[in-house]
Design a protein around this ligand. Structure first.
Ligand SMILES: Cc1cc2nc3c(=O)[nH]c(=O)nc-3n(C[C@H](O)[C@H](O)[C@H](O)COP(=O)(O)O)c2cc1C
Ligand code: SF4
Length: 429
């Protein structure tokens, strides 16, 4: 966050702070990083251990990544569906995290066009028909799908609350279903759910209202919203500022976590740093690997890493939107967190730095001020298929060894897609 002058003091990083109806013990949240520890959607001990490691490492709240509200909304078949089969496991997870001293959020979503239809064994959905992430054509969402998926979000949120989650994070980013409705490029509908911004925002707003209603008043409800898709003709910051204010006016959210990029056509936009083309190609079956060699550069573009890389855009939301804002993206230093507080951000969320060093926050709290050792190589991205971990960590990452979600080629991306990519890459939610 080098652009601003020296920070005036903001609220203490390591003091309690409210997030809607809940209180966090400090201002640092573990951002969702798909764990790759749920083979066929099962909650495993390894998944629980991953989050216990985050809790022990000092964050106020850890986020369980990408819980699907419906089977066709899974990124692939190793994604947990918020249903009865997962309930006991999720309840064990929330108990274990609470015992380890942190709160726990459930990120809930519907993958829409990013879903791997071949792995799921069912078509992916999108606002209008197109090629989806796995190369097959998607099915356009019908009016009755919209009603059913809204109910799925409500049912999923209620289940998460019963399972003991303290917060629900609704995924409105990365060109997943609700984010794809916001995008003028992906949403070409001519009915009441497409066209002008108000109409494109209708489904996401309806879902957020349903989630709030179902979650009740004792848990926090937040949204992870794209500030921009990083795609020509996609959702842009001017529109996002308006949608953020619509969400604020609706009064159902306790905070907004701001992100950007597209898991469909520009995933590196949300990471920055090295594009792990070689490592990603290695996860693909032979023929796809060849295709990826041709288009990989276009699909996995390189954006240089900068500390707090989303801060310039996120500041615009601080100024214009009447909601607490969570700053996310490239936060590796304690002084960045302090400056974010001084500028008026309510919390920060951290992903890769904590994947690399789950105990970084408690070291900061103990008085050390060392910068995270994550080198932004992004080689953890392809490990989502085999137990997400920092590849620099010989121990296999938080929570012990790799979870080994899958080695099945069905779970890799298939060829084609209207983005022209041979593979749509890892489902980095
Ligand atoms: C391996 C990996 C998996 C991720 N999975 C998810 C996910 O499931 N849902 C999501 O919203 N973001 C996901 N992300 C993105 C992170 O939440 C975060 O937005 C991004 O890593 C930038 O933050 P950072 O610089 O602190 O890592 C993932 C990131 C990584 C590295
Ligand atoms: S593999 Fe490790 S060092 Fe590389 S980006 Fe991921 S967490 Fe950081």
């Amino acid at each position: 966050m080098s652009e601003s002058a020296a920070p005036s003091r903001g609220p203490e990083v390591f003091a309690e702070a409210p997030l809607g109806p809940i209180r966090l013990k400090n201002r640092i949240i573990k951002a969702a990083t798909f764990e790759g520890r749920s083979p066929r959607g099962a909650v495993t001990d390894d998944l629980i251990a991953f989050h216990v490691a985050m809790a022990r490492g000092g964050v106020a709240m850890t986020t369980v990544a990408y819980l699907a509200v419906a089977p066709e909304g899974r990124t692939d078949r190793h994604c947990i569906v918020l249903g009865d089969a997962a309930f006991d496991g999720l309840a064990r997870l929330t108990d274990a995290v609470h015992t380890a001293g942190a709160l726990v959020a459930a990120q809930i979503g519907h993958a829409g066009p990013v879903a791997n239809s071949a792995s799921n064994g069912m078509p992916a959905l999108s606002p209008t028909r197109r090629f989806g992430a796995s190369g097959a054509r998607t099915r356009a969402v019908s009016e009755s799908d919209i009603a059913r998926i809204t109910d799925d979000y409500a049912t999923g949120a209620a289940l998460a609350v019963s399972a003991g989650f303290d917060a629900i994070e609704v995924h409105l980013g990365h060109n997943y279903l609700l984010s794809s409705f916001l995008s003028p490029k992906l949403n070409r509908r001519t009915d009441a759910w497409g066209g002008k911004l108000e109409a494109r925002a209708r489904f996401p707003r309806q879902v957020v209202a349903a989630v709030r209603q179902a979650a009740g008043p004792s848990v926090a409800v937040t949204a992870k919203l794209n500030m921009e898709d990083g795609v020509t003709g996609g959702f842009a910051i001017e529109d996002s500022l308006q949608v953020a204010q619509m969400l604020a006016d609706d009064g159902h959210l306790d905070a907004l976590e701001l992100t950007g990029g597209s898991s469909l056509s520009n995933p590196m936009y949300l990471f920055r740093g090295d594009a792990p083309r070689k490592e990603f190609a290695a996860t693909l079956p032979g023929p796809l690997r060849l295709g990826f060699a041709v288009v990989g550069k276009r699909f996995l573009k390189e954006y240089p890493f900068e500390e707090a890389f989303f801060a310039p855009q996120a500041r615009q939301f601080l100024a214009a939107v009447d909601l607490p804002v969570v700053l996310l993206g490239g936060i590796d230093r304690l002084d960045t967190v302090e400056q974010a507080m001084a500028e008026g951000f309510s919390f920060v969320a951290m992903g890769r730095a904590l994947l690399r060093e789950p105990d970084l926050v408690s070291r900061w709290q103990a008085g050390q001020r060392d910068e995270a050792t994550c080198i932004h190589c992004n080689r953890c991205m392809p490990t989502i298929y085999s137990g997400t971990r920092c590849v620099l960590d010989p121990g296999g990452g938080p929570g012990g060894g790799p979870g080994g979600a899958t080695d099945d080629p069905k779970d890799r991306r298939a060829a084609g897609g209207s983005s022209g990519a041979t593979t749509e890459g890892p489902d980095l939610a």
